[in-house]
Design a protein around this ligand. Sequence first.
Ligand code: FAD
Ligand code: FES
Length: 285
Amino acid sequence: MEFPENTIVRKRRFAPKLYEFWIRNSLVSRKAKPGQFVIVRTSERGERIPLTIVDTRPGEFRLVVKAVGKSTYELCMKNEGDVLADVVGPLGKPSEVRNYGNVLVLGGGVGIAAVLPIARALKEEGNKLTVILGARTIDELILRDEFGFCDELLLTTDDGSLGIKGTVVDAMRELVKEKKFDVAWAVGPAVMMKFASYVAKEHNFPIWVSLNSIMVDGTGMCGGCRVTLKDEKGSKIEYTCVDGPEFDGRFVDWDVFMNRLTQYREQERLALEKFLAEVGDVSWL
Ligand SMILES: Cc1cc2nc3c(=O)[nH]c(=O)nc-3n(C[C@H](O)[C@H](O)[C@H](O)COP(=O)(O)OP(=O)(O)OC[C@H]3O[C@@H](n4cnc5c(N)ncnc54)[C@H](O)[C@@H]3O)c2cc1C
Ligand code: FES
């Protein structure tokens, strides 16, 4: 059966509030490269949600979504056969994938999904790949069976339910004592990317982080996703949607970035509260 563009053709639940979707969209499936993202609206009046393209297959692409606020709840409540109002993309610059030598890849939480295509492409280029995946608990340690192509795979959980007890950054700190890396990638919560960047800076190797800035238009016009980068010469502003989403984490001004992430917290809280009051019990999600 042929589905119209932007139909959800497959939905799978990984953990509470954490879902995988395959979306019908021939343009995205043909053009997407590792590191790029789409902006999705679930309905005509919906907000624009930036989400990383995790995978493609003919005519379809894959997303992994965590419900954290009104719009991501709304998306996670959609079912197979539902059609999204629109999908824009692929957006952003692809990851700079080439043969670097020894590469370290870190994925935290939903960021594990985002590093999968990057890690796969790095391996195809002949890099020696060490991957550390981490989550709060075993249930959230998603897609770990899809990383079999890595040279070394380490798993961490905050509660010790699988792998090393601790965070991906704890495991990274131990690893860099004995191994030398030419470059790293890290995708996950801002705090994880921040501390991974400090470790990389200390050991003097570049680290690409994929910034989950708050976005509005996704075209470089509104300034919503601006990021401050600084080095010894001074600071400059760039935009996650058009200059990123990846930046060398050693040069990101993490204080500014994390402040900007929280600037609409009260409005976000109220929007979710109002939404939940309308839709009723979502404990099943
Ligand atoms: C390039 C890019 C790629 C992304 N890829 C993915 C992905 O693959 N899967 C996925 O689940 N999410 C991804 N995100 C994050 C996702 O876009 C946000 O979670 C979503 O926009 C939140 O919208 P909301 O209305 O549900 O929540 P809101 O009401 O906007 O926010 C709810 C809570 O989440 C926090 N929050 C909001 N936006 C972000 C954000 N961008 N980063 C971190 N915390 C945020 C808020 O501070 C608040 O506490 C990505 C973001 C970017 C910029
Ligand atoms: S989202 Fe508007 S400039 Fe990037």
